[in-house]
Write a protein that binds this ligand. Structure first.
Ligand SMILES: [Zn+2]
Length: 186
């Protein structure tokens, strides 16, 4: 883990400011995983941690929620040598598009970049369950929940971090008029 944090710092992926997370919560810290994953070697090293953790499991397919999960999911899938697909939001709801399918009984590893409340991952798990496939685990890069999010399956975060988050109604940064940034969409 120390070397992974070093990778984040070197990539400029640890940002300080006032951010609106995908979960809607505000935070003074943001992990722009894309800045790390742009380097193939860093991407491989992080994906390798996830692959190693799940190395005793049989995995048929890797699935990740767009956009954040796609790059890490693809690399984990490449290391495992298995099919890799992603879900996207359509009219607000997470869905399999582009002709992607999962067969009943397939063993599925869910990948994501950053988990704060885990909302997107929970939706992906529902999609997998709906087609009667089996979630074998959830592998992700950063756990921002301080270990609070429990997906109900074997789960692994490369980095555990309980970075401060605030309800927008009670955010001290909002009160000081620090400009709010939604980094994912920049
Ligand atoms: Zn705020």
């Amino acid at each position: 883990m120390p070397e992974i944090m070093e990778i984040f710092e070197k990539s400029g992926a640890l940002l300080n400011g006032h951010f609106r997370l995908t979960s809607g919560l505000h935070s003074p810290v943001y992990f722009q995983c894309a800045l790390v994953l742009q380097y193939p070697d860093y991407c491989r090293q992080i994906a390798e941690k996830i692959r190693q953790y799940f190395s005793t499991k049989k995995i048929d397919v890797v699935i990740a929620p767009a956009v954040g999960g796609i790059v890490i999911g693809q690399e984990v899938g490449r290391l495992l040598g298995v099919r890799t697909i992603f879900t996207e939001r359509k009219d607000g709801a997470m869905a399999l598009r582009r002709g992607f399918t999962i067969a009943a009984g397939e063993k599925v590893l869910v990948c994501e970049d950053v988990v704060t409340t885990g909302g997107s991952v929970f939706e992906v798990i529902e999609i997998v369950k709906k087609v009667k496939a089996q979630v074998v685990g959830v592998g992700f890069i950063v756990d921002r929940s301080g270990g609070k999010v429990n997906f109900g399956h074997d789960q692994y975060a490369v980095i555990q971090l309980s970075a401060q988050t605030y309800d927008p109604a009670d955010c001290p940064l909002c009160k000081t008029n620090v400009p709010l940034v939604k980094p994912g969409s920049r």
